[in-house]
Design a protein around this ligand. Structure first.
Ligand code: FAD
Length: 390
């Protein structure tokens, strides 16, 4: 059985069938929609370019019993309790993803996690609307991009000293500040929201930001409440080992809800990225079918903001090679439209990189992180030299 009908859930079914499992599979999903991709929600859907992002997978051909509009409520002794009754299982994949965090207050606040969220928000992004986006992270920047393009007057309210400070640190996050002004978006940094009220937002300082539309993009929590008391150990999501096994026999977890042990980075990782939901199910399916498989990728992520393609691979913690000690720039973000920043260990090995409109760097950089070789820093600092040759 698979609980959670998102990308990780569907990919788990594909992987089970591809690896020869011919038995019954039930897919439980609390949304009423057939499984769909989320990255386009804050891009093509908000921009009005599409209404459907359904995952390209033939569930009929995969012979799945599809239970949509059904939420799992609990788990015990080989049985999942759902809103529609009990379903028993021999093997279980937990793929329930994550739920957006909402802030306090009586005012209407949009979040962006589902296709229904995206369409409801898009209807309100009309020319002249005052839009307050709370959070200058990945989602906040993409919502601001779409809202500005729709002709809204956009203010992004960010608690940190720069956008993306939590993800990338202020030095790198700070390089994105000019993008906001260029797009005509007001950026309020170091501003902490107290409450979302009718007609706008009140900051902790007491200041008000008047808005017709408020969008909260301050992060998510793993959707694992239903597993409390089940014997599946929880700690920032479902705790799984490098095989994606939970603490309960015959139960694995994948995607945004899984907090797995990474051999490569020697730490636990819970990665809320599409590529993880795509890749981890192969390992989870193998584990369920009794194979010895290990999930140990170099994480990869992309974001499209203010007309730029931003891509990230790796993890600054550095694993075996030690933590990143310094960033090194390929290109100057102050003058060059396209640039890369590399995080290096003490031994000049690459542990993470962020690229802006330099897709080749991210592909080559990801392979270098996988291989773990030392780099020539003089060549690396020259954006004209291919990363492969550094
Ligand atoms: P989900 O897609 O969240 O699917 C989980 C499903 O389980 C949901 O349908 C949920 O309703 C269901 N569920 C939850 N609880 C229960 C329950 N108790 N019972 C039954 N069903 C339940 N990643 C990138 O790499 N690049 C991007 O540009 C990017 N953009 C994004 C933009 C947006 C707006 C969002 C929301 C995410 C974006 N992501 C991006 C992240 C990426 O979409 C996620 O990492 C991916 O969707 C995770 O897949 P999942 O299957 O683990 O979880």
């Amino acid at each position: 059985m698979v609980v959670g009908a998102g990308l990780a859930g569907v990919r788990s079914i594909e992987a089970l069938r591809a690896q020869g499992y011919a038995g019954r599979i039930t897919l439980i999903g609390q949304e009423r929609h057939r499984p769909y991709d989320r990255p386009p929600l804050s891009k093509a859907v908000l921009l009005g370019e599409t209404d459907s992002t359904v995952v390209d997978s033939d569930l009929d051909a995969l012979d799945v019993r599809l239970c949509l509009g059904t939420a799992a409520k609990g788990l015990r002794d080989g049985v999942v309790e759902t809103t529609e009754g009990e379903v028993d299982y021999d093997g279980l994949v937990i793929a329930t993803g994550a739920t957006p965090i909402r802030l306090r207050g009586e005012g209407r606040q949009h979040v962006l996690r589902t296709i229904d969220d995206a369409i409801a928000l898009r209807e309100r992004l009309v020319s002249g609307a005052r839009v307050a986006v709370i959070g200058g992270g990945w989602i906040g920047a993409e919502v601001a991009t779409a809202a500005a393009r729709a002709g809204c007057a956009v203010t992004v309210i960010e608690a940190g000293e720069t956008p993306l400070a939590a993800a990338l640190g202020p030095d790198v996050g700070g390089r994105t500040i000019p993008w906001y002004a260029e797009a005509g978006v007001e950026l309020r940094l170091g501003a902490i929201v107290g409450t979302v009220d009718p007609g706008g937002v009140t900051l902790m300082s007491g200041a008000r930001v008047e808005a017709d539309v408020v969008v909260t993009g301050v992060g998510v929590r793993p959707a694992v409440e239903w597993l409390k008391g089940s014997g599946v150990e929880l700690d920032d999501g479902v705790l799984v080992d490098e095989h994606l096994k939970t603490t309960l026999p015959g139960v694995v977890a994948v995607g945004d809800c899984a907090n797995w042990w990474s051999r490569r980075f020697r730490r636990r990782l819970r990665v809320e990225h599409w590529d993880t939901a795509l890749g981890a199910p192969d390992t989870a399916a193998a584990t369920l079918l009794g194979e010895e498989a290990v999930y140990d990728p170099v994480p990869y992520f992309w974001s499209e903001q203010f007309g730029r393609m931003v891509q990230f691979a790796g993890h600054p913690s550095g694993g075996r090679q030690g933590p990143a000690v310094r960033p090194l720039w390929r290109g100057d973000p102050r003058t060059d439209a396209k640039w890369t920043v590399c995080w290096l260990t003490r031994e000049d090995r690459l542990t993470a990189l962020l690229t802006v409109d330099r897709p080749r760097d991210v592909v080559q950089g990801r392979r270098i992180i996988e291989g773990g070789r030392r780099l020539d820093l003089v060549k690396l600092a020259d954006p004209a030299v291919s990363l492969r040759d550094c």
